[in-house]
Design a binder for this molecule. Structure first.
Ligand code: SF4
Ligand code: SF4
Length: 470
């Protein structure tokens, strides 16, 4: 290894690729990738972007397909309303998600970051292409900067930043549509600004946030800010699949010379893999936390290998064990245990979602009330019913006493008709013939019927006299 490479190999972990020796920001001018992996990522990115912008417009049975209204505690997924009462489903969903992310990371490294993380998708497939379009390729950008042509620079930068701001504004609107619903956003657009100052402020804050992230912060989100990126190191092991440089095959690196027989490894030290890297690292230094797994270096290196008639795959998806000892990828004990845990959680999730009630009834005897003897030799108890209707339609219901003869008399209403998406409260007297109550406290069952179908059975207690000598 040459002396400069040796020095670099020993010092690269002491420096951030995005900071110059004098401590200033090292602006990354990444080359535009091209190749098989970039094409695949582009397809996924466009599908992803189309889904992101279209989902807020999709409604099924009058309900948004997805809504995450944290301030009101209202969540809609797949057009099904989830209430705070369903919070345990969310808790299990969150745990399942975390286990999934951990398992996924243990096996496939930063695949999420490179392929579907919103930061990467928006940066690499929306904002950076706009930069290439307006300011040209990275070398043209550098040339323009060095030329000192202030008018041209100012013009290009202004156009770029106006476009960046406009796109950030659209992203912020879409983001808010996931929280408030598209109807609310459209209403806000139609109403006078003074009626929606709070929302408008939120919109502007989000717009500036997205704009500053994509215009200035960029790869620092992945290399410095993102907690998932920081955690990667503890999840990886030697069997983790990641983007790796095959140092066994590539080293010792050396320039390609047509005339002489090659004695070095396959790396011709062209540095294409470095120039294309959006985080500015050299993958040949080994696995690094800054690598977002974007595959750009695989494409760049494959192109070089192909042009020299070398075998492709000097940089490829491979585990450390695969590179160092040639062993094939295998499912190790840690991966197996995570998979079992994940399967159990997924089954539990499916069960909870499948058995989740859209109407939830709770009936309790009114506190402080005992019983009353009423006409016809009957005993009466007063009950409160709280019925949550999670659907977006009004639902007529009937309550019936099961197993015993009795009558339910609603107070102030003729029948039960649940308001949509609301907690409905009713009070009723339940009258049971005295002769059917042999004890002071009798366990009773009240059936909740929708369209003559019993959807729930409530168990509670009915109080009668202590000495019921019928
Ligand atoms: S090292 Fe390769 S995969 Fe990692 S961020 Fe850089 S270009 Fe992308
Ligand atoms: S692109 Fe391939 S050949 Fe060129 S420096 Fe990187 S690893 Fe070596």
């Amino acid at each position: 290894m040459r002396e400069e490479d040796l020095l670099h190999a020993e010092s690269y972990r002491d420096r951030a690729s995005t900071v110059t020796n004098s401590g200033k920001r090292n602006w990354i001018y990444a080359l535009k990738p091209s190749g098989k992996w970039y094409r695949y990522r582009k397809i996924i990115a466009w599908f992803y972007l189309a889904s992101f912008f279209l989902i807020p417009f999709i409604k099924v049975n009058g309900l948004p397909f997805m809504l995450i209204n944290l301030p009101q505690g209202k969540f809609i997924l797949f057009s099904k309303i989830f209430w705070p009462q369903d919070f345990f489903i969310f808790a299990i969903a969150m745990i399942t998600f975390i286990v999934f992310v951990v398992l996924f990371t243990v096996v496939f490294g930063r695949l999420f970051c490179g392929w579907v993380c919103p930061q990467t998708v928006f940066m690499e497939f929306v904002f950076r292409p706009i930069e290439w379009l307006i300011e040209g390729s990275p070398s043209q950008q550098k040339k323009l900067k060095e030329s000192g042509n202030k008018t041209k620079i100012a013009f290009k930068k202004t156009v770029k930043h106006i476009l960046y701001f406009f796109i950030s504004f659209i992203i912020a609107n879409t983001f808010l549509a996931y929280i408030l619903g598209m109807d609310e956003i459209i209403k806000m657009i139609r109403e006078p600004i003074s009626d929606n100052l709070g929302l408008l402020t939120g919109l502007i804050v989000f717009t500036f946030l997205f704009y500053s992230v994509f215009a200035f912060v960029r790869e620092l989100v992945c290399t410095t800010i993102c907690p998932y990126g920081r955690l990667q190191g503890v999840m990886f092991d030697k069997d983790t699949m990641q983007i790796s440089y095959d140092y066994k095959r590539g080293e010792p690196r050396g320039k390609f010379r047509k005339s002489s027989e090659r004695t070095e490894g396959d790396c011709v030290d062209c540095k294409k893999c470095v120039q294309v890297c959006p985080t500015g690292i050299d993958i040949r230094d080994g696995i690094q936390m800054e690598c977002v797994g974007c595959t750009a270096c695989i494409d760049a290196c494959n192109e070089v290998m192909e042009s020299l008639n070398f075998k492709k795959g000097l940089i490829r998806y491979a585990s450390e064990n695969e590179i160092s000892s040639g062993t094939k990828f295998h499912f190790n004990a840690r991966m197996k245990s995570y998979t079992i845990l994940l399967s159990v959680l997924m089954v539990a999730m499916a069960f909870l979602i499948f058995t989740r009630k859209t109407i939830e009834t709770n009936i309790i005897r009114v506190r402080g009330q005992l019983f009353q003897e009423v006409a016809g030799g009957k005993i009466s108890n007063l009950f409160d019913a709280k019925i949550i209707n999670k659907t977006n339609e009004e639902v007529p219901l009937t309550l019936k006493l099961e197993d015993l003869h009795g009558e339910i008399k609603l107070i102030g209403r003729q029948r039960i008709k649940l308001k949509k998406e609301a907690v409905n409260e009713y009070t009723f007297f339940l009258e049971i013939p005295k002769k059917e109550l042999p004890k002071h406290s009798t366990r009773i069952k009240i059936g909740v019927y929708r369209d003559n179908e019993r959807i729930q059975t409530i168990r509670t207690k009915f109080l009668g006299p202590f000495n019921n000598n019928f």
